[in-house]
Design a protein around this ligand. Structure first.
Ligand code: CA
Length: 219
């Protein structure tokens, strides 16, 4: 799952990104409205966390512009407590939910999960592929019924392959979904994670398609 945070308070943005990143979400962070609009339009995000008071283009205008363009990703708006902006206006511009600052991280995380669940309601959260069971709601993985602990990144790579099971997924696509846009390291990092997943889940779970990418086979 890939999230976009548009927040000009850098400390807040950084702490949200760290928290959500530690839970396995891929998090892109930008600090102004125009850049937020551009990143949201170009990117493939599952959720946008959008501050209202932003330099350049405020959050209402970003949200309205996205919705006018047919953008359907859920948007969680962050509002200031002073009541200068009210939630009705946020929801009017097409936001799915709002959160008043200051908020606790626990509350934000719950709202994020709820929005992602709502969005994914048509998609079954538990995927059973051969011996592998991946519960994308609880972010848990079992192999032949045995719970298997994965790191956040390992889980993110696996989840991407599971959601595209039976199809060849390129290394570039995995990089794009699982690492944030600031990552400029070696794309072969994907191989390292696929190797780790094979060690933990079984060597035959992920097949390499030479020169193309990886496929998680449906049995
Ligand atoms: Ca702000």
């Amino acid at each position: 799952m890939r999230l976009l945070i548009v927040e000009d308070e850098r400390r807040l943005a950084r702490s949200l990104a760290l928290g959500l990143g530690a839970e396995g979400y891929v998090v892109d962070v930008v600090h102004d409205g125009a850049e937020g609009l551009r990143r949201a339009t170009e990117g493939d995000h599952d959720l946008v966390i959008l501050d209202i008071m932003l330099p350049g283009l405020n959050g209402y205008r970003v949200c309205a512009a996205l919705r006018a363009a047919g953008y359907r990703t859920p948007i969680l708006m962050l509002t200031a407590k002073d009541g200068e902006y009210d939630e009705a206006e946020g929801l009017d511009t097409g936001a799915d939910d709002y959160l008043t600052k200051p908020f606790s991280y626990v509350v934000l995380r719950a709202r994020v999960r709820a929005l992602l669940r709502r969005r994914g309601r048509s998609v079954p959260p538990v995927h059973e592929i051969g011996r592998l069971t991946v519960d994308t709601g609880a972010r848990r993985v079992r192999v032949a019924g045995e719970e298997t602990a994965l790191t956040a990144k390992e889980y993110a790579v696996l989840e991407h392959l599971v959601l595209r099971a039976g199809q060849v997924v390129t290394k570039a696509e995995i990089l794009d979904h699982v690492w944030d846009f600031a990552y400029s390291g070696d794309p072969n990092i994907v191989e390292v994670y696929v190797s780790a997943l094979r060690r933990k889940l079984g060597a035959d779970v992920i097949r390499t398609v030479r020169g193309a990418g990886y496929v998680l086979e449906r049995p």
